[in-house]
Ligand binder design. Structure first.
Ligand code: NAP
Length: 314
């Protein structure tokens, strides 16, 4: 192994928790700075993972954290803006700080998580444009001293995801009709295990340097088809009613002003871009259809803790 010490930024999130376990299992020492380490009890039991409470948005703290690290992995991202955290702050300004921290500490390897459809110039939403800008930034500024690889996943599914689980929860509670915005938006959902394998495999692979990997699963669905599969798996009688764009926009304006921001106008704009790969590019082998068929089993906290325990015991 060429590298030993990895700092995982955004490691407390859905992808980060899975990736931290996978990297520790491969023998790396993973430093995971985050805002609320007490929430990550399931990671504390692994000796290769070092949880630190830190504000990584502070550039001097970030640079200090990167000292003695061989690799930086940046997974930090947001789906919705808040007053303090704009897309620009998180997807562009923070990425600049990450690149600077790499340069200050002579770190040679940076892995960066972008998103499918990210495009600085013509992304359909502010989310996709800023994701594209951050991605271009790491590749451009990284060229001289940094060996950069970036990843562009479609929507990611797996235990504890916030996509399938969120819809499963809503559909379970729904009585009658569920009004669905953008029912014909297209996705190629990719399994978290496949995403984590792709990132871990590319870490030491010279051929991945400078590459941008689109990450898709083996199947393509419309959003409505995914919800129908969840409904069938849960035996829910809720009817899914696709909304025309005019009504979807109104729904977004209402929901983005409510606590939790379940759906925003920027989300609506992101959904105008198909989140699918060309047929030749499919990194993931795991089928969403099979996964959802086991959904009543996945959909509770207990099995997801069991899942983590199994990963740890391996
Ligand atoms: N999940 C998907 O379907 C999907 C699809 C395409 C692209 N992506 C990209 O993949 C990456 C990981 O996604 P995910 O699903 O794991 O997201 P997630 O669960 O929301 O995790 C996001 C991570 O970013 C951190 N973060 C966000 N704002 C922060 C701030 N102001 N200060 C410090 N930390 C901050 C979060 O820390 P806290 O835990 O402290 O909040 C968390 O560790 C993101 O860049 C996302 O855009 C994900």
């Amino acid at each position: 192994m060429k590298y030993q010490n990895i700092i995982l930024l955004g490691g407390s999130g859905f992808v980060g928790r899975h990736l931290a376990i996978a990297l520790a299992q491969r023998g790396y020492q993973v430093t995971l700075p985050c805002r609320r380490p007490h929430r990550l009890k399931e990671l504390k039991v692994l000796s290769g993972i070092h949880l630190i409470e830190a504000n990584i948005m502070d550039t001097s703290i970030l640079s200090k954290l990167c000292r003695h690290q061989d690799v930086v992995i940046n997974l930090v991202g947001i789906l919705n803006e808040t007053r303090r955290n704009s897309f620009r702050r998180i997807h562009v300004d923070f990425v600049k700080s990450v690149v600077n921290a790499c340069q200050e500490n002579k770190i040679q390897r940076l892995l960066h998580m972008s998103a499918l459809g990210a495009d600085q110039a013509s992304g359909s939403s502010h989310y996709l444009r800023t994701k594209g800008e951050g991605e271009n930034l790491v590749h451009t500024f990284g060229q001289k001293d940094l060996q950069v690889t970036s990843y562009q996943p479609s929507v990611i599914f797996g235990p504890d995801d916030s996509f399938i689980n969120r819809f499963a929860g809503i559909l379970k509670l729904c009585i009658g009709i569920f009004p669905l915005a953008c029912p014909y938006s297209r996705f190629a959902p990719v399994f978290i295990g496949d995403v984590v394998n792709c990132i871990s495999d590319s870490l030491e692979n010279k051929e991945s340097i400078g590459k941008r990997y689109p990450l898709c699963g083996p199947e393509t669905f419309t959003l409505k088809q995914i919800l129908q599969m969840i409904n069938a798996a849960q035996d829910s009688s809720c009817r899914i009613l696709g909304l025309p764009d005019s009504l979807a926009r109104i729904q977004a304006i209402i929901l983005q002003n409510l606590p939790g921001q379940l759906f925003t106008l920027d989300n609506f704009r992101s959904l105008q871009t198909p989140s699918t790969c060309s047929e030749t590019v499919s990194q993931g082998k795991t089928s969403l259809t099979h996964y959802i068929q086991g959904l009543p089993h996945h959909y509770s906290r207990r099995p997801s803790y069991d899942y983590y325990r199994k990963q740890i015991d391996r």
